[in-house]
Ligand binder design. Structure first.
Ligand SMILES: [Zn+2]
Length: 510
């Protein structure tokens, strides 16, 4: 950059498509399932774009493109992906010259018949902005990150916590690295390593070892001179793609140090591969129900993990609910139980027609994902109906509660997550006063973790079955731990992309 160019604000486009897709659920994600933001609504999500920002974020003109984010689900319908991709490219073409793009990705999106779809999107963005514009991507540590994707980007980083309490710090770091790269006039070197290990998130929570120590190593790596950033992806196990595996990327200006540190992190990951274990006690649905009903520790939280919608499950598999309603201890009206939740728009509508206080006799769930469950009988009284206001989770969806014996069953008309106490209390339910709270979730998000006097993970069937061997992956590249026990030690040589000067001036948008 010339001095004159340095004096003007940087122009950075900001947008992305963010979703995690299980390829093992028949559910698909439609365009309407995305929360789509443009203009100031988009910029407001990214607090560092606020006018008058100081420090690294000063003197940057942020150009909002389009940002689409959906709760995890099944594969994104081809037309939905095409529409989002087209709008992103159109807006890039209309944005005028850009110095950089912050491209917000998850890393585990899937579109039927395609592999490594983020690389397709990044390639299209690269073609739109040309080679002189820098692209930086924040991603989820559950992304499956290929060398091809890293090659399309200048910078890539990932969350360092699971649960992702740092997700906005990750986005800020990706933006800060981009600004640094532009101001210093350097595209740093990257070293990428594929680590042939594929584990579920529930074995790789950073709240417990060995992932906690593995990720703590990032801070050590970043202390070395010439290192800008380090990222570790555990990957996403419920995508049957060749790219599905763990990966490491270290970024910096000292190529030798970058390569050395990437190898170090990858070797550490490989050495720990047999130490990863479920973040909590596990059992079959029957085992977990027996433990929960017998426990004196209240509330007892059950993760109905196989159909966790926030990992990509359909959210309508009634496998655990069916067993809960038939459980002799529960039927004897022993414990007070909250079950969250079954996605069933028809059942919610039936409750609405019947009215508050009415008795209903329903068949619920098993429609979006008939592979892992069939509809379950649910007879009871309608004890809550949502109004027109926003309901739980990330989307404002109509909601009903049907109380059957001592069990309060939440039915939703759309995909929704129950991660916070407020998600329950706004339905008139108090999980703190319940004996058992069963939630379609994997590891517990912070408020549920604080709520739980005790908890277990029910290894239920579904699109995000924690028992990976039951799923039948066919596309993954073998050998891969733990699918191939006793596999030979892998080649963990980093693939190095050297540092290069960043071209001066704004990128030419063709
Ligand atoms: Zn994640």
């Amino acid at each position: 950059m010339t001095d004159a160019e340095r004096a003007r604000p940087l122009r950075i486009g900001i947008g992305g498509v963010h979703i995690e897709c299980s390829t093992f659920t028949p559910h698909t994600t439609a365009y309407e399932d995305f929360a789509i933001r443009r203009g100031t609504g988009l910029l407001e999500m990214f607090s560092f774009t606020a006018p008058g920002a100081a420090g690294w974020a000063r003197d940057i003109e942020w150009v909002p493109l389009v940002h689409a984010r959906a709760i995890p689900g099944g594969s994104v319908q081809r037309a939905a992906y095409a529409r989002l991709r087209t709008e992103l490219l159109d807006r890039l073409h209309r944005a005028g010259p850009l110095d950089g793009v912050l491209l917000d990705l998850h890393g585990a999106m899937h579109v039927p018949g395609r592999h490594d779809i983020e690389t397709d999107l990044a390639s299209a963005v690269r073609d739109a902005v040309g080679p002189s514009c820098l692209i930086s991507s924040p991603t989820d540590l559950h992304g499956n990150i290929t060398e091809a994707l890293v090659a399309r980007l200048d910078l890539i980083t990932a969350h360092r916590l699971a649960p992702h309490e740092d997700e906005w710090l990750t986005r800020e770091r990706a933006a800060r690295l981009l600004a640094r790269s532009l101001r210093e006039g350097v595209r740093p070197a990257t070293a990428w390593v594929r680590v042939p290990v594929l584990l579920p998130g529930e074995k790789t929570s950073t709240q417990v070892e060995p992932a906690r120590g593995l990720y703590a190593g990032i801070a050590e790596v970043e202390k070395a001179p010439g290192i800008w950033d380090a990222a570790i992806w555990v990957g996403y196990a419920w995508a049957d793609e060749p790219r599905s595996a763990a990966a490491v990327v270290v970024t910096g200006t000292d190529e030798t140090a970058v390569a050395r540190q990437a190898r170090r992190l990858a070797e550490r990951y490989w050495a720990l591969r047999d130490d990863f274990a479920f973040v909590g006690p596990t059992g079959t649905a029957e085992e977990v129900l027996a433990a929960a009903t017998a426990s004196a520790r209240r509330p007892f939280v059950i993760s109905d993990s196989g159909d966790n919608p926030t990992a990509g499950g359909a959210g309508d598999v009634p496998y655990l609910l069916e067993r809960l309603l038939l459980d002799p201890a529960v039927r004897a009206r022993g414990p007070r139980v909250i079950y969250a939740s079954i996605l069933d728009p028809g059942a919610v509508e039936a409750c609405r027609r019947a009215g508050l206080g009415a008795t209903v006799d329903l068949r619920v769930g098993g429609l979006l994902d008939p592979v892992h469950g069939t509809p379950a009988d649910l007879a009871g009284r309608v004890t809550f109906l949502s109004g027109d206001g926003p309901a739980p989770g990330t989307a404002g969806v109509p909601t009903a509660v049907v109380t059957s014996g001592g069990v309060e069953v939440i039915l939703t008309g759309g995909r929704a997550a129950f991660h916070r106490i407020e998600d329950f209390t706004r339905l008139g339910l108090d999980p703190r006063a319940a004996d058992i709270v069963a939630v379609k979730i994997g590891y517990l998000e912070p408020e549920l973790r604080a709520l739980a006097a005790d908890w277990m993970i029910a290894l239920t069937p579904g699109g995000v079955d924690q028992d990976l061997h039951r799923l039948g992956h066919r596309e993954i590249v073998r050998p891969l731990h733990p699918f191939d026990p006793g596999m030979p030690p892998p080649d963990l040589t980093p693939h190095l992309r050297p540092a290069r000067p960043a071209p001066g001036g704004p990128g030419a948008v063709r």
